[in-house]
Structure formats: C-alpha cells, structure tokens
Design a protein around this ligand. Structure first.
Ligand code: AMP
Ligand code: MG
Length: 343
C-alpha cells in the first residue's frame, strides 16, 4: 500500500476531504492531536477498527480510545454519564483527558477489547477536531506508533512506523503536549487514575476530590496481577537502546556514569556539557517541557545509534508523573538509585 502524506497546515481542504473519504470507506488514517499522533478509524465500524490493530501490531485485548468533537456525541456511546464525568468534561474538554465509562450497544467489541466499558476523549487540537467533525462519526484512535515503540509526536515518526501500512498520514506539526492523555476510570465506586498524562493529578483532585491512583502507574505489573487497563500488561515506549533510569543528584549521576563504559546520557537542558554523549529532554524543573521532548528524544537516541543509555530521573510533581510513567516503561522498569555509596 502506498502511504500518502498531506500537510494540513498548508493544504487543509485536501487533508480534510481525503481523511473523510478514507475514514468513511473503512480505512485508517494517521492524524495529529495535541497529545501524540493517532491512528484513526470509524469507531462504529468493526472492520475498520480491526485494521488499526493490524497496522500497529497491537494485541486485540488492548482497547482503543474513542475521540469525539462535541460533548453531545458522548451520550450515545455510554450507558450513562456520571456527574463527575460532566464536571471533568466541563473543565478539561477539549483536552488531554480520557474518561472510561460503561459502554453502550453502539461500541463494537473490537474497540473495547471485549470489555463492557469504553474510553472517550475530546481532543483539543483544531485539526483533530476538524477531522472528527468532517467525518461525522466518533473516531477510534490509539497512538500512531508500532506497538511497543515510543509514541510519535511528529508526522515523520508516524511515517517511519506506518509507511506502507496505512493509506494516509496528515501532518499537523509537532504535538503540543507530547505524551498521551490522562486516563481515568469512572466505572468503580471511586474514580481511578489508570494513566497520568496532560491533565495532572493535582488538577483532577482540585475538580472532583481525591481519586485512587492505580498501582500500575508507578510500578511494574507483577505476573498474575489483573490489569485495570489492558495496556498496562504490554511492553511500552521502548526504543532500540537499552535504558536505565537513575535516581539521584546531578553530582552522583555524573559520578555513576563516569564509571560506566561507552554510553549515552539522557539529561536535562544545560547538563549536556558534563557528558561526552548526551541528549537533553527538557528543563529540570518543568515537567511540561520534558513531556514535550521525551518521546522525540527516545527516537533521536536510536537515530544516533545509542545502545546503552542512562537517564536522569524527573521529579514526580505535576506533568512529571506522566513523564516518569513513560520513562520507567521505556526502560523496562530498570531503575537504580545512586547516592554517595554507589551501586
Ligand atoms: P493509546 O490509545 O495507545 O494511547 O492507549 C490507550 C490506553 O487506554 C491503553 O493503555 C488502553 O489499555 C487504555 N484503555 C482504553 N480503553 C479502556 C477501557 N475501556 N478500560 C481500561 N483501559 C482502557
Ligand atoms: Mg499507545
């Protein structure tokens, strides 16, 4: 299959009409959103949705997020809208927030991975919204990477992974947030954070009070444990390079790395000068800038031929929680702590 590539910033009319034509004829299209690029298909068409799983190589039990462009589209997709969902939607939609509810009959099993729930988000990206509105149907869209690799925050990375696998990629520039949406389940007694993202835990709790944080947000799911979110079971965000996350001060980190052989360092802006092979992923005190850079940096490390990478550990406050959640997964949970008596 030939993969067409259209820049929506310069060719909006053709981008929207081609995306609509292909999606409504049951095809999958790579689209920009404010979080990361998505692989979009008509969420109400099982056969189209199945093509997403094939293109990504995604396990079929890992459900997809359904994207809408108007709040009024939600009621048809779910059994009922909990009050806290309405509150959250009022405050954070459109935006990087996904909410899980009991699904209605219209959601195919292919979308929900056989679960009786559905994850819904209203993206903020004007391009994503124009594509959804143009199609007139909700769009199922996971991140547009091959399953297991870092999510793409630029159209060229979608092309790297999806060339020949999908008929069209829409280029809308660099994604503003850079990591995937925050996922909260509203199915149990108390809302539960399943994945940290663009909307922070602090922002959520200010709006609807205390919520549960799933154990898998900060820890590896142990064998035999049931995943609240099927995606938690699978390898994620991993570049080809082997990554180790190193907790500790800059001084101890430098000491630790100096005793290693040939390696690369993933550090914060301005720290590159301390290492021979270093790439930075944002400012030390700014989770938002780290989120925007992290997945790009992981792909750049591969382009640089890095084999072994030691990464500086972010602070867990605000967006830092989402950055840490992605980084430890990209490292396959290989985390070391360095202090004066080193490992
Ligand atoms: P992605 O679209 O690739 O960013 O991944 C979506 C994430 O949301 C995955 O981790 C899914 O497992 C999770 N997810 C989607 N739908 C549900 C659902 N109904 N229940 C629990 N988790 C879900
Ligand atoms: Mg993904």
């Amino acid at each position: 299959m030939k993969t067409d590539f259209i820049d929506i910033r310069t060719d909006e009319k053709r981008a929207l009409s081609e995306a609509k034509r292909l999606i409504l004829s049951g095809e999958v299209v790579g689209i920009p959103t404010e979080t990361v690029y998505g692989l979009a298909a008509n969420a109400l068409d099982s056969e189209a949705v199945k093509k997403i799983f094939v293109a990504k190589g995604r396990p079929q039990d890992n459900p997809l997020i359904v994207h809408i462009s108007e709040f009024s589209q939600l009621s048809a997709l779910v059994e009922e809208i909990p009050e806290k969902v309405s509150l959250m939607a009022k405050k954070f939609w459109p935006g990087p927030l996904t909410m899980i509810m009991k699904k209605s009959q219209v959601i195919p099993d292919a979308v929900s991975g056989g679960l009786d729930t559905v994850a819904v988000r209203m993206p903020k990206s004007e391009y994503a919204r124009a594509i959804i509105t143009g199609c007139g149907v909700p769009l199922a869209a996971p991140s547009a990477n091959l399953s297991g690799s870092p999510s793409p925050t630029r159209a060229k990375y979608v092309l790297d992974d999806m060339d020949g696998r999908i008929p069209l990629i829409i280029d809308g520039g660099v994604c503003e947030v850079g990591v995937e949406s925050t996922v909260i389940s509203f199915v149990g007694e108390k809302p539960r954070l399943l994945r940290p993202g663009g909307i922070t835990l602090e922002q959520i709790e200010k709006t609807i009070g205390e919520i549960d944080v799933d154990n898998a947000v900060l820890n590896r799911l142990e064998e035999g444990q049931t995943a609240s979110s099927p995606g938690m079971k699978y390898k994620h965000y991993a570049p080809k390079a082997d990554i180790t996350v190193v907790k500790g001060s800059l001084e101890d980190f430098c000491e630790f790395v100096s005793r290693k052989g040939e390696c690369f360092v993933l550090c914060f802006d301005g720290e590159e000068k301390y290492f021979s092979n270093a790439l930075s992923y944002g400012r030390i005190d700014d989770g938002q800038s780290q989120a925007k850079r992290l997945f790009d940096a992981l792909r750049e490390l591969d382009e640089m031929g890095a084999e072994k990478v030691y990464a500086r550990c972010p602070d867990l406050k605000g967006m830092g929680l989402a950055v840490y959640n992605r980084l430890i997964r990209s490292a396959g949970f290989d985390i070391v702590e360095v202090c004066n008596d080193k490992k």
